[in-house]
Design a protein around this ligand. Structure first.
Ligand code: ADP
Ligand code: GN1
Ligand code: MG
Length: 378
């Protein structure tokens, strides 16, 4: 039997022991490539059959109200599971399933105060960091749209805001300006070109907020972190089977979700790529996203939401770029980083993608209008 201690010296066997799991612990290892939580896959032997689970240490520096966050996830997964239980053979793989703790709760607090949760690990489906073809883009967007649609009739009170103002791009920009003025790590000089890039695009940050304020686009329950690797694709059918990473499911705008799909899926390079000549918005991938999203969300999107699909991609790419930049100036306190300039490199990558989107903006707008027209006629 291999050691229960992973490289971070976490006793996964002991943590797993706090959850209602059957069989005996075999081993565990870090899993996935998320920037926020610490994710592990643990294997159990259940009477000769290996079964895997996800154990996640929730990043409580990022998520200040873990009970409120877990309450959201419990409500959302139970509701979505109910909506999915329409006789589909593998419905258990289509929505995340929380495993309760032995004490009957939805998360476990260890002796050091870390909060842990456990999910069934969705087998035979995988996340990808880079989209390989338009079909994958279609599938991911269809799945995120279906996720939004499943939550349209979530009963009960408004979900908790797990990170207030998460996609409030105006607020994000004001934070950047304050950090720039304070210059806590003396990094401003190195990032001058990037700061100039954002500040010259300031007008963009209010567009969706103003539309919302005027009542032209509605608040919905949205995922808010629709990065391509937060959806799992079935290894034999390539179908998007399950949306993961539910920490930021909360009130938001549908366009935040579509915008982040454009940001993370159309890029021809990985988010960490430093050779900016490789970064470009890929039109066929964008068209796959629009088609897939309309296939599931087309029934409820308003005309104003449809009209801003292309714009949302530019806005969210700028927003995530400026968040990487802010974290760089603050000294890398939020995103996991592997090198001193990692956040600055990611910021440059995102801004190169903004530039590419700007070059293709009218073509993106025309493509969305064309696809919407075809979808409405059929
Ligand atoms: P982070 O917030 O750090 O991004 P995620 O919740 O996205 O954490 O988890 C990290 C990765 O782990 C995901 O991108 C996905 O690949 C994988 N993952 C998470 N939950 C599951 C699950 N239940 N089954 C299979 N893979 C999962
Ligand atoms: C984070 O958790 P992960 O790695 O799926 C971040 C997103 C960013 C993304 C950039 C809670 O997503 O907002 O867009 O990194 N999640 C949070 O890669 O901040
Ligand atoms: Mg993730």
């Amino acid at each position: 039997m291999s050691s229960a201690l992973c490289p971070l010296r976490v006793d996964l066997r002991a943590i797993a022991g706090s959850f209602h799991l059957y069989g005996s612990f075999v081993d565990g290892a870090p899993y996935g490539s998320g920037h926020i939580n610490d994710t592990y896959a643990v294997r159990f032997d259940q009477a000769g059959t290996p079964v895997r689970y996800i154990l996640q240490r929730i990043n409580s520096r990022v998520f200040r109200d873990v009970p409120g966050l877990m309450e959201n996830i419990q409500r959302v997964t139970e509701h979505a599971a109910h909506a999915r239980a329409t006789g589909r053979r593998d419905s258990i793989r289509r929505v995340l399933t929380l495993v309760p703790t032995r004490a009957g709760g939805v998360f476990h607090r260890d002796a050091e105060g870390n909060c842990w949760r456990c999910y069934l690990l969705i087998e035979k489906a995988h996340p990808f960091d880079l989209v390989e073809n338009p079909r994958q883009a279609f599938e991911a967007a269809r799945a995120f749209g279906e996720f939004q649609r499943a939550l349209v009739d979530l009963p009960g009170p408004r979900l908790n805001e797990t990170i207030p103002g998460f996609h409030d791009t105006r607020r994000r920009l004001e934070t950047l300006k304050r950090t720039m003025a304070a210059n806590p790590r003396d990094r401003v000089a190195k990032a001058w070109a990037e700061l100039d890039f954002v500040l010259s695009r300031e007008a963009m940050v209010d567009v969706l907020l103003d539309l919302q304020e005027r009542g032209e686009i509605p608040e919905r329950i949205t995922h808010n972190d629709t990065k391509f690797n937060n959806v799992l694709l079935d290894e034999s059918t390539n179908e998007a089977v399950c949306v993961v990473d539910l920490d930021t499911v909360m009130p938001g705008l549908a366009l935040y979700d579509f915008g982040d799909m454009v940001r993370s899926a159309t890029n021809s390079a990985l988010e960490d790529e430093r050779d900016l000549s490789k970064v470009a918005m890929r039109m066929p991938i964008y068209e796959g996203l629009v088609s897939g999203y309309l296939a599931s969300a087309g029934s409820f999107l308003t005309p104003a939401e449809r009209a801003h699909l292309a714009f949302s991609g530019k806005l969210i790419t700028l927003e995530i770029g400026l968040r990487f930049l802010t974290d760089y100036l603050e000294g890398d306190v939020y995103f996991k980083t592997r090198s001193p300039d990692h956040n600055l490199d990611r910021c440059r990558n995102q801004f190169a993608l903004v530039r590419s989107i700007e070059q293709h903006e009218s073509a993106m707008q025309c493509a969305a209008e064309r696809i919407i027209k075809v979808a409405c006629e059929s």
